[in-house]
Design a protein around this ligand. Structure first.
Ligand code: 3PY
Ligand code: MG
Length: 269
């Protein structure tokens, strides 16, 4: 495979066995990406589902990520397959699709994100071709390898259909959303990522993902969780959000300035 520019580099890094820590961003501004780079992150997620991302904001952030050697993941709104294709065209190296609950949902994700014969991604990767450094035909032949499709597992239903999701050709990995999974497991009573039943379910999903030889990703709510997930074998470990980091740092600074006890790292970002 040709050497691609950094925004498209996630696949190569995961295939090399690297554990990729990823900063989950909601604020589409290059200054956020620069700050993440200075903090040492070499991978970001741009969240179109719950963040404030716009297409133009994304394009600017991808250009900044390229300058700082960072790989770029895009999380799209549930079932927004046209946007998934468009963000790949604009230089995302991976797409995370929320609420993939069945093999049919997984198949729809592949159709939007992979070129034939795997899927039905339409031709038009204008920016991505530039990042890839490839000629058009070479991009067509190789893109399915270096643009990754992650199915989000965040409901009990998804876990019960995990085998079908994992065996859908073209699905490269699973990304667990612990918050929604905990909401699903508790029938809407809690959003809490440290409950023992949830931890047991994460472990079960991880074992299945690794058995199928796919990439395992997860969202971590604090730094200790991120370390634990990485130690368990998750390879794409997202932390966030950018807004949460800002808020916690501001709260801690204010508490300290007032002579009050700072919040601990166990607090969610
Ligand atoms: C979840 O935990 O549900 C997520 O979607 C992570 O952002
Ligand atoms: Mg979620």
């Amino acid at each position: 495979m040709a050497e691609t520019a950094a925004p498209l580099g996630l696949a190569g890094r995961l295939r090399a066995g690297e554990t990729v820590f990823n900063l989950w961003t909601t604020l589409p501004h290059p200054a956020i990406i620069q700050a993440a780079a200075r903090a040492g992150f070499r991978s970001i997620t741009c969240d179109f589902q719950h963040g404030l991302y716009t297409f133009e904001g994304f394009v600017n952030c991808v250009a900044t990520a390229a300058a700082f050697d960072m790989s770029v993941v895009a999380r799209v709104p549930t079932r927004d397959h046209p946007l998934a294709s468009r963000l790949l065209d604009a230089g995302a190296g991976a797409v995370i699709m929320p609420m993939v609950n069945s093999a049919a949902d997984a198949r729809a994700l592949v159709e939007a994100t992979k070129f034939p014969p795997l899927g039905m991604r339409s031709w038009g990767p204008h920016t991505a071709v530039t990042f890839s450094g490839l000629e058009r035909t070479a991009y067509l032949h190789q893109a399915n390898e270096f643009t990754l499709a992650f199915a989000m597992i965040e409901t009990e239903e998804a876990v019960s259909h995990l085998d079908g999701i994992l065996t859908t050709p073209g699905i490269d990995g699973i990304f667990i959303g612990p918050s929604d999974l905990s909401v699903s497991l508790t029938r809407g009573r809690h959003v809490e990522s440290t409950q023992p039943p949830l931890i047991a379910m994460l472990e079960k999903v991880l074992v299945m993902v690794l058995r199928h030889g796919k990439f395992a990703g997860v969202f971590a709510g604090n730094a200790d969780q991120a370390r634990e997930y990485a130690a368990r074998g998750f390879k794409l470990v997202a932390m966030g959000t950018d807004l949460g980091f800002l808020r916690r740092a501001a709260e801690n600074a204010l508490a300290r300035a007032k002579g009050e006890a700072p919040l601990t790292d166990k607090q969610p970002f």
